[in-house]
Design a protein around this ligand. Structure first.
Ligand SMILES: Nc1ncnc2c1ncn2[C@@H]1O[C@H](COP(=O)(O)OP(=O)(O)OP(=O)(O)O)[C@@H](O)[C@H]1O
Length: 826
């Protein structure tokens, strides 16, 4: 901007409006004031236009010529100049236009207004322009920030309120609303004044001012003044009412001196309905709103506690003698059995019920109230809900209680029945006070059962429900005493902590079912775990058994193979024997000696010179006694030392050389088998003393082959050497020990064998078997089928096991000792 134009502009424009320009960030109010004063010392806020250079010169001269006159003015302006200077400094140092660096400005020691203005010239205008731009820029920058901060602040406030409410809920305090009724016309007529001061801006506080000197503040969750209507009261109550729809138990009760508006608050009047009606209206509204997801059903019961008796106000029979008692449910809640629970489907139905109940309520006239409630009235709304998606059920109660008024008997002037009622009322209210005190001081024992009222409200006062108390007060100076005691009581109630936050109530039937299901589930889980364990065990067992089975299978296969080999071998041997037999028969036929009479006579028993039939027969051979020359039997058994073996043991008599064979009863499951035995000598080398007692067996020897071999080929068996019954037990085994070639004590001497002597083995006859090789006949305990015998458990069929069992060998024959079963010869 050019200097001329600035000067002209300045002169033509009388209002450059410096005042706003003076309110700068960082400046103090004094500075601002100083700047304003500087701009307009005479009181005019608009500064004088900057003088033109010419004017400045003239003025300079004038200043110089009239110093004395200007002296006080200069002094006054000194501070102003200083302010201006600091202002300029603040805006200075801005590049070329900076006035700080100006040597001229620095020369001015005590700048006064004209000097400064003259000096500023166009700089002032530039600065103003810059300042305005900065202000605009600043506001542009700050506005969104300001709005953001403002919003943040509002949000924070809301959050703080929410957190506070949450804190209150967590603490579980009973919420207390205070409602003060207006002064009645009666009171006004009496000239009563109000002792209660309520500041409408302070929603939670009231001052109790009984006189000019006394003033006591009380704090509640909300304070309603005389001008607050039913709607305002209910709008604060709605959140508590809504909780019952979420499954919480709720209790709302009104307490206060008689005539203070308890019934007015709870019941209201038809044209101005109270909490009861509005609460139920709200329940239906919420139900309608949630109908898509939750199905609600409502029922209502109305009762009163009159003179410590419970009366059902919905009982149409109005039977006064009907006795209702409080019982404790399994879940710890209190229940009045026999109480009418009327279902309600719409708000009209609600009003009908409420009206019906109110009509039945006991009321009477007192000095304090024309229509005074003489009982505690309780409306219980039961809300049942079922979620349509999750099928979760809940059942909750909402108690709406209008207590009877506390009253001073003397003041109310009651007598007779009214007096009795008052005493009961006061007694129960005092019990309520005791309960509250006990709860507030966290006593272990809460005296709920001292009155029917406290017993009924047990779970609503100290339990897990949301409680709201209206303390009703009268503003009248006449009632200041009662008002103060009500306020004190309400404060105590407010301090009560419920303990844990209110809990959602599940439907008892549903929860019982759920409990049963949970128990069943737990039981099944336990069983499952046990089954799993046993299954794992079985799997382990199965795996190990499978292993064993596989091993056994392999062994069986081996044994079967061995068995097949043996069978093959036996067939071969049988064939050979058959051949031998045929050959020997043929040769015998061709060289048969002539028949000669025999002097032998048949033994007493049945004699048979032929081999006994094969099969499970048992034979008892009377072994031929050893005879001396005169045919006198001598002792066969162990002779005593010194005994003459040839000494006759009895009367000499003729005896048959043929063995006496007596058939003994066949024992089932016994069989005989035969085996090719090595020669006696070999045999003796095979057997040792200990093993000799073991039974001898012929594995897989065909049963029919026994007959072919003949009994006469079996010396050493009981048939050969033992006169007693065949004994297959280990004790008898010693008798089966034989020494065919030598003089065994059980075998007949070779010359005396008689016809037996002639019966040589087919092997001997055919010369196939080594000299002295015999067939051994043994008796086994059990006849085991081939497949059983082939089992590897027997051992002898398993080559590996058999090797371990071998106790002797003779040619092809092996003598094995199976410790588990028996000793065998193969
Ligand atoms: N907030 C209010 N606004 C206008 N009138 C009120 C209010 N509160 C109470 N009243 C009036 O005061 C009178 C007494 O009220 P109410 O019967 O409800 O008292 P109360 O506490 O129930 O008495 P009591 O304990 O004897 O039954 C009634 O006529 C009622 O209309």
């Amino acid at each position: 901007m050019e200097p001329d134009r600035v000067a002209a502009g300045a002169s033509s424009s009388p209002q450059p409006s410096p005042a706003p320009a003076m309110f700068l960030p960082g400046q103090t109010r004094d500075h601002e004031r100083g700047a304003v004063d500087c701009a307009d010392p005479g009181g005019d806020l608009n500064p004088a236009p900057p003088p033109s250079p010419q004017q400045a010169t003239v003025e300079d001269a004038a200043v110089g010529g009239d110093v004395e006159q200007e002296e006080p003015k200069k002094e006054a302006m000194a501070g102003v100049g200083e302010a201006l200077r600091s202002f300029m400094e603040e805006f200075g140092d801005q590049g070329e236009d900076s006035i700080i660096l100006s040597p001229r400005l620095q020369e001015i020691c005590t700048p006064d207004r004209p000097t400064a203005l003259r000096f500023l010239g166009k700089k002032y205008n530039n600065l103003m322009e810059r300042y305005k731009k900065q202000v605009v820029k600043c506001s542009e920058e700050c506005d969104p920030r300001y709005n953001g901060l403002k919003k943040k602040y509002t949000d924070e406030c809301a959050e703080r309120r929410r957190l506070y409410n949450e804190l209150i809920e967590l603490r579980g305090n009973i919420r207390v609303f205070c409602r003060c009724r207006p002064l009645s016309s009666n009171e006004l007529a009496r000239g009563c004044s109000s002792v209660v001061e309520i500041d409408s801006s302070q929603e939670t506080e009231l001052q109790f001012v009984p006189n000019e000197k006394e003033r006591k503040p009380f704090k509640f969750d909300h304070v309603f003044g005389p001008e607050d209507d039913q709607e305002a009261v209910f709008s604060e109550t709605v959140p508590v009412v809504g909780s019952v729809m979420d499954g919480f138990n709720v209790c709302i009760f009104a307490y206060g001196q008689t005539g203070t508006g308890k019934t007015f608050t709870m019941e209201g009047v038809p044209e101005n309905r109270g909490v009861n009606y509005r609460a139920l209206e709200e329940l239906f509204r919420i139900s309608e709103k949630r109908s898509a997801s939750v199905a609600y059903t409502f029922s209502v019961s109305i009762l009163e506690v009159y003179n410590e008796k419970i009366r059902d106000l919905l009982d149409e029979s109005n039977d006064q003698s009907k006795r209702l008692d409080i019982k404790q449910n399994a879940d710890g809640t209190q229940e009045v059995h026999g109480l009418v629970e009327a279902p309600i489907y719409n708000i009209d139905g609600v009003w009908e019920k409420l009206k019906f109940g109110a009509q039945n309520r006991s009321v009477g006239s007192t000095n304090a109230n024309e229509l005074s409630s003489r009982s505690h009235s309780l409306v219980r709304v039961t809300v049942r809900s079922e979620h349509l998606v999750t099928y979760q059920r809940s059942r909750s109660h909402m108690w709406l209680v209008d207590l009877a008024g506390s009253e001073r008997i003397a003041k109310t002037g009651v007598e007779g029945d009214r007096l009795k009622e008052s005493q009961f009322i006061n007694k129960s209210l005092s019990a309520l006070g005791d309960v509250i005190s006990a709860l507030a001081s966290k006593n272990s024992h809460i005296p709920y059962r001292n009155s029917k009222l406290t017993h009924l409200l047990q779970s609503s006062l100290g339990g897990d429900c949301k409680t709201l108390m209206f303390v009703q007060i009268s503003p009248s100076s006449m009632d200041s005493g009662e008002t103060l005691s009500s306020l004190n009581f309400a404060s105590r109630v407010r301090a009560v902590e419920h303990g844990p936050a209110a809990r959602k109530q599940a439907d008892p039937a549903g929860s019982l079912k759920l409990k049963q299901m949970t128990e069943k589930l737990q039981h099944e889980e336990k069983e499952n775990a046990q089954l799993n364990q046993s299954l794992q065990l079985m799997q382990l067992k199965y795996a190990s058994r499978e292993n064993v089975f596989r091993t056994l299978n392999e062994k069986v296969k081996d044994a079967e193979q061995a068995c097949r080999n043996y069978q093959q071998r036996i067939r071969e041997l049988e064939n050979e024997l058959g051949n031998e037999k045929r050959a020997s028969r043929d040769s015998a036929r061709s060289s048969r000696p002539p028949l000669v009479p025999t002097r032998q006579r048949q033994p007493q028993g049945r004699t048979n010179s032929f081999a006994p039939p094969s099969g499970p027969s048992r034979w008892r051979l009377k072994a031929p006694a050893k005879h001396n020359k005169e045919n006198i039997p001598v002792a066969m058994n162990k002779p005593n030392a010194g005994d003459d073996p040839n000494k006759p043991v009895g009367r000499a008599r003729r005896v048959s050389l043929a063995p006496v064979i007596r058939q003994i009863p066949i024992q089932p499951k016994r069989r005989s088998s035969m085996a090719v035995l090595p020669s006696v000598r070999e045999h003796l080398s095979v057997l040792n003393d200990k093993k000799a007692g073991s039974r001898l067996s012929q594995a897989n020897m065909a049963r029919g082959s026994l007959g072919a071999f003949g009994l006469n080929l079996v010396p050493g068996t009981p048939l050969a050497g033992h006169g007693g019954p065949v004994d297959a037990t280990p004790d008898g085994a010693k008798f089966r020990r034989f020494d065919f070639g030598s003089s065994s004590k059980f075998t007949s001497p070779a010359p005396n064998v008689g016809m037996w002597n002639k019966m040589v083995t087919p092997q001997q006859k055919l010369g196939m078997a080594p000299a002295g090789a015999k067939l051994c006949f043994s008796i086994q305990k059990r006849v085991t089928p081939p497949h059983v015998r082939a089992k590897p458990g027997l051992g002898i069929f398993d080559p590996a096991l058999r090797e371990n069992m071998v106790v002797g060998r003779a040619g092809n024959a092996l003598r094995v000792l199976n410790p588990k079963r028996r000793q065998s010869v193969i």
